[in-house]
Design a protein around this ligand. Structure first.
Ligand code: GUN
Length: 208
């Protein structure tokens, strides 16, 4: 996507203390937001709420493999999957849940920053790693819109900030709409080593 093609690369170092060891509780202001909106714990880490799901349903043309998997390699046939046209969520990282774990989605996901600061780490099928900062400090290369391609692994972690009580609040739009069948966690460290080699994998292990 044009949103990240030439995005400033950011090193993955100087992790915040609460990224290394999560806090026991969210800061009061973030706890209030979680309670007011009724955000719930996400399986990836962080908190979320689906705020919209299109009532319209499409037959989404989808390439799958013989085994029925949706991994890009050796796709063999086209099936039509019933999917809502779109979904929209809020997604929140907090010091007590500061990491969105490495996973991929079949479809591209549009991310829009609402508040705070974070860092994204993408791993492409060829092993390329791209890491960038999300925030409103455009002069320093941060972005507030980013589209992650389908089939690309994604993880995120919190960056300390005063603007939003050490939180990161984003919106995510998926087309076709989110379905668990389209979601896959990285299977584990072995898969990461296969993609990146030992050294790089060791430095990104905290995102599994
Ligand atoms: N349910 C569980 N995870 C998700 C997600 O990431 N998006 C949506 N829309 N629903 C979910």
């Amino acid at each position: 996507s044009a949103t990240i093609d030439s995005v400033r690369e950011y090193p993955i170092d100087n992790l915040a203390s609460f990224v290394q060891v999560p806090a026991s509780e969210p800061p009061t202001k973030l706890k209030e937001l979680i309670d007011t909106w009724g955000l719930i714990k996400h399986g990836e880490g962080g908190y979320f709420k689906e705020t919209d799901r299109s009532p319209f349903v499409m037959d989404a043309p989808t390439k799958i493999t013989k085994k029925g998997s949706w991994e890009e390699e050796e796709t063999t046939k086209l099936v039509l999957l019933k999917r809502n046209y779109s979904t929209l969520i809020y997604y929140l990282l907090t010091p007590d849940s500061p990491i969105g774990k490495m996973h991929k989605n079949r479809n591209r996901i549009i991310h829009i920053l609402q508040r705070g600061k974070g860092q994204y780490v993408l791993i492409y099928p060829n092993g390329q790693v791209k890491s960038f900062r999300v925030g409103f400090d455009y002069a320093n290369g941060e972005v507030s819109q980013w589209v992650v391609p389908g089939g690309v692994y994604k993880a995120s972690f919190l960056v300390p900030n005063e603007e939003f009580h050490n939180g990161l609040l984003i919106s995510e739009v998926v087309v076709p709409g989110f379905d668990f069948e389209d979601h896959l966690f990285m299977s584990g460290y072995d898969e990461m080593v296969n993609l990146l080699g030992e050294e790089k994998a060791a430095s990104l292990k905290f995102l599994l």
